[in-house]
Design a binder for this molecule. Structure first.
Ligand code: NAD
Length: 376
């Protein structure tokens, strides 16, 4: 079986889907790597070759000979065209946001697996690329804020005077939020956090942060995710959290609800009440933003408060982000391969739930509905 690792094409994307150290976990598989695929993540072609891979010069040759392509970013229409007919691809895919590529994959009789659709069960934790990349993003978000803030994070008692620690508020205490809390604590900030899920409270407290008690009912969804929230709920939350936002030097927002626009937690008047020089890092920028002023891909300054739209932060720390992603990839690939052959078992819930397209048939219900709607 031939597995291919292309060079990622997206702007700013520096990660690679498989790193040399992971090849030992895939015995019996011929790994082909596009020349320079790991370069930006600091994995050289020579390291891949030493680990047993074959380096291939062009994307055409690589895609054309692979049974399975593993990627970070969703395949583009052009990449789908390069696939050999009937080949498989494993990547982040966000099928409803990439309908043209899904359509083309179906036309190519391809099979496509999406990391976002891996169910959140214990057996699948090692394949959870959303979590591995959110860990990197939460960490980076705090470092970006600390770099931009014109103040120290820790308490300092010096001969030249005492400096109060920075106050950091983290909204959304999932994987990225918890990592942001831990990182801000390590830097010495006073950290508080809020989440709509009950389980988040103990996790926040165990990291030495204060959990904000907001007299709001919990909003639980399935699989550890938050549930959909009404406009009234979000409005009440905004009211209750306003004074905490105003008192913060740094606000990191990570709140998300699967399949929906990110809830607006920080409104313009709330930003106006913050001290000039304060920083908001919005990790939900790509799905609409948790701050009303967030502009995806841009930095906005309002009354001296800097609102930073965080893009794909994991891509900005490519070495470790790729190592973690590669473990997710190799673990998933092991599920797909039997005795050296690509034989996905669609009775396995991890395989079946993450399959968007199977041999040209669009199996994911949300993607199929979106394609039908786009067609009518
Ligand atoms: P996510 O990225 O979908 O959302 C981030 C956080 O935002 C969540 O904690 C969510 O509750 C919170 N949120 C949503 N609306 C909010 C609001 N109005 N105000 C404040 N917070 C709001 O979620 P995630 O980080 O990917 O995962 C959430 C949780 O799922 C994790 O903390 C973990 O407990 C669980 N999980 C389980 C597994 C597994 O079992 N395999 C894997 C990963 C995560």
């Amino acid at each position: 079986m031939k597995l291919a690792v292309p060079k990622e094409q997206g702007p700013g994307e520096q990660r690679v889907a498989l790193v040399p150290g992971e090849l030992a976990r895939l015995p019996g598989i011929d790994v082909l790597v596009q020349r320079g695929a790991g370069e930006q993540a600091l994995f050289g072609d020579d390291e891949y070759e030493a680990a047993g891979a074959t380096v291939v010069a062009s994307a055409e040759e690589l895609y054309g000979s692979a049974e399975l392509v593993v990627k970070v970013q969703p395949p583009t229409v052009e990449e789908a065209d390069l696939l050999a007919e009937g080949a498989s691809v494993l990547s982040l895919l966000v099928p409803t946001a990439n309908l043209p590529a899904v359509r083309r994959l179906a036309e190519r009789k391809a099979t496509a697996f999406s990391f976002e659709l891996v169910p959140r069960i214990s057996r699948a934790q090692v394949m959870d690329a959303l979590s591995s990349q959110a860990t990197v993003a939460g960490y980076r978000a705090v470092l970006i804020a600390a770099n931009r803030l014109s103040k120290f994070f820790p308490l300092f008692m010096t001969a030249a005077g005492t400096v109060a620690p920075a106050r950091v508020l983290v909204m959304g205490a999932g994987v990225a939020g918890l990592q942001a809390i831990a990182t801000a604590r390590r830097l010495g900030a006073v950290v508080s956090a809020y989440d709509v899920r009950v389980a988040a409270k103990e996790e926040v407290k165990s990291l030495g942060a204060t959990f904000l008690e907001l007299s709001l009912e919990a909003q639980e969804g399935t699989g550890g995710y938050a549930g959909a929230q009404s406009e009234e709920f979000v409005a009440r939350q905004q009211q209750l959290i306003g004074s905490h936002v105003a008192a913060s030097d740094v606000v990191i927002t990570t709140a998300a609800v699967p399949g929906r626009r990110a809830p607006v937690l920080v409104t313009e008047p709330m930003v106006a009440a913050m001290r000039p020089g304060s920083i908001i890092v919005d990790l939900a920028a790509a799905t609409g933003g948790n701050c009303e002023l967030t502009k995806d891909g841009e930095e906005v300054t309002f009354n001296g408060v800097h609102v930073l739209a965080a893009g794909e932060l994991a891509a900005t720390m490519p070495t470790h982000a790729s190592m973690l992603f590669a473990r997710n990839v190799s673990s998933f690939v092991k599920l797909l391969v039997k005795e050296g052959r690509l034989e996905p078992d669609f009775n396995d819930e991890i395989v079946s739930q993450s399959a968007v397209v199977v041999a040209g048939d669009v199996r994911n219900a949300a993607a199929r509905a979106a394609l039908e709607e786009a067609h009518t």
